[in-house]
Design a protein around this ligand. Sequence first.
Ligand SMILES: [Zn+2]
Length: 253
Amino acid sequence: MLQWLRRRIAGPEPIAEADWRAACAAIAVIDGLDGQALERLRTLAARFLHDKDIVGAHDLALTGHDRLVIATLACLPVLSLGYDWLAGWRQVIVYGDAFRVRRQWHDEESGVVSEADDWLAGEAWQHGPLVLSLADIQADLDDPHAGFNLVAHEVAHKLDMLDGHSDGVPPLPDRPRRQRWLATFQGAFDGLRAEVDAGRDTFLDPYAAEAPDEFFAVVSEAYFSCPQALAAAHPDLHGELRAFYGIELRLPA
Ligand SMILES: [Zn+2]
């Protein structure tokens, strides 16, 4: 207890140079950040490690490197927004691989309660933990520009829910920005649904057509994995996300 208190009072411990280099080497998508932005990311990651408990589920042993990589990936979306956007929750639960959750839903008309098992790579609770699969994070690191970024996806859900609603609209600075966001995202969401319904191949993962909150999370994945490709396929969405996240990664074409 006393040790925990001392650690809290002492503040974040700076990340050792060798550890930071190893994390940067593992995360190709941050190659495009300049020196200043990287230093800011390093400070945010140190704060994340100090502030959050990153725990392995079912006795999964996490290394210091695993924790630092997760912290860095989680802080990337708030690099410009600021650390406060990650406030209000403490725990990151890490599974070795996809994990099973039981879903239950109630049909009002028939009164029937149905249940099914879902296999998930990640989950974000409004005031609760961020849940992640280490195997899926590793797959993103191995193929960094394929359009997938599980941690960015789950953090996007967290940002979305900051205003109390999981509706694909994070807090925005004013009404005009909100209206522009709604028009851009609704149009693109409807367009994707139509393409998916017609059985056509889509640039965005068809999972984005599930619901507006998933759409925002999936587009955020593309933004933090293959931004140039997103800009080419959906310039309006790319523009909204650049304005919202306030950073742009420059990746090899
Ligand atoms: Zn999601």
